[in-house]
Design a protein around this ligand. Structure first.
Ligand SMILES: [Zn+2]
Length: 346
């Protein structure tokens, strides 16, 4: 069998024995779905396109804001001025970096209704998203389709990543049975995030992507990796033994609750009120005191035992202890979901 001609631009990567000519040929023939083109997503897309992945589908629902530039490495001030969606701006830059890669920007909100279509033809799914709801949807889809995926998440100065090979390693729900309650973990809006941890976590994810796409499964990381660049913590948490030991509804029983809509946020426009209700099932009650501390950094907040009120920009949030929220200032359900994810979290 003859190996196809490998362009010289990849010579340093090909010289590395872990990749080699055959690994590079596989990379060039591979197709990746990347969910999210923000902090992690731009670092991932940059690494993959420079390395010569054949086809990159880049999905994001958002526009670029000035406060993204501190960590979202594919964007600059001209993109903010042009008011471009992140997926489109990133695609334009990536094509300049490597015209040999096919980049398909998709401006949409990834959810249970579209994930199977967006992932069905991919060899690998990468998580560059910023919330747990999307990750559980990805996890369900990946296990259902039998596709590998790489989880990554960052907040403040810490982040974590794990690689999921359906049928072989534990899935996200084996390790994190349920998403943290909204308001529990903070968001990048309330807790902030440092550029270096984003680059580290996304780079670890990218290396995993190379191993999977080059067919080097024995090199894949099978632990949950946790790093805090401010506290100087570097941990590898053994998770391999969870496979088959925990009662996992997803990979154990093949019940795809996030794809079926049994979990996750539901939205209802409140007609004539310029408001949307976001319902989010949580176990137990929200901790308003800790949420008020976080949200007080970015807006006006007050609460009693029945509700928490929070004003930011032109929006007024009323959040109830069961996780439900009414967001006034928009009648667009997608916008309301984005605002909920941004400030209340998942
Ligand atoms: Zn599982």
């Amino acid at each position: 069998m003859s190996t196809p001609e490998i362009p010289d631009r990849y010579s340093r990567q090909v010289r590395f024995p872990g990749v080699g000519k055959d690994g590079q040929a596989k990379l060039l023939a591979s197709k990746v779905t990347l969910v999210g083109c923000g902090a992690l997503g731009t670092v991932l897309a940059n690494a993959l396109v420079r390395a010569g992945v054949g086809y990159l589908r880049l999905i994001d629902r958002d526009f670029i804001e000035t406060n993204n530039l501190q960590r979202q490495i594919l964007f600059d001030e001209t993109d903010v001025a042009a008011n471009l969606p992140k997926a489109e701006a990133a695609a334009r830059k990536l094509r300049v970096i490597n015209s040999g890669v096919t980049v398909e920007p998709v401006v949409t909100d990834v959810d249970r209704t579209n994930i199977l279509d967006l992932a069905a033809d991919a060899d690998l799914i990468l998580d560059g998203s910023d919330n747990f709801e999307v990750r559980y949807v990805i996890n369900d889809a990946a296990v259902k389709l039998g596709k590998p995926w790489v989880y990554g998440g960052c907040i403040g100065s810490h982040g974590q990543t794990m690689t999921i090979l359906p049928g072989e390693t534990p899935c996200l729900r084996c390790v994190f049975e349920a998403a943290p309650a909204p308001g529990e973990t903070g968001t990048c809006e309330t807790a902030g995030v440092l550029g270096p941890i984003v680059n580290i976590v996304a780079s670890l994810q990218a290396a995993e992507a190379f191993k999977i796409l080059c067919g080097r499964r024995n090199a894949i990381n099978r632990d949950l990796v946790y790093i805090d660049v401010w506290e100087n913590t570097y941990k590898k948490i053994k998770i391999a033994s969870l496979k088959g030991k925990v009662e996992c509804p997803c990979c154990g029983q093949r019940r795809f609750e996030w794809l079926d809509g049994a979990h996750g946020a539901q939205t209802t426009s409140l007609c004539g009120r310029n408001a949307v209700q976001v319902s989010h099932r949580v176990a137990g009650k929200l901790d308003f005191a800790s949420m008020a501390r976080d949200l007080g950094v970015v807006g006006q907040v007050s609460f009693n035992k029945f509700m928490l009120k929070f004003d930011v920009d032109d929006y007024q949030f009323t959040v109830f202890p069961d996780g439900r929220a009414i967001i006034k200032g928009t009648d667009d359900p997608d916008k309301a979901k984005t605002l909920y994810a941004k400030y209340v979290g998942h």
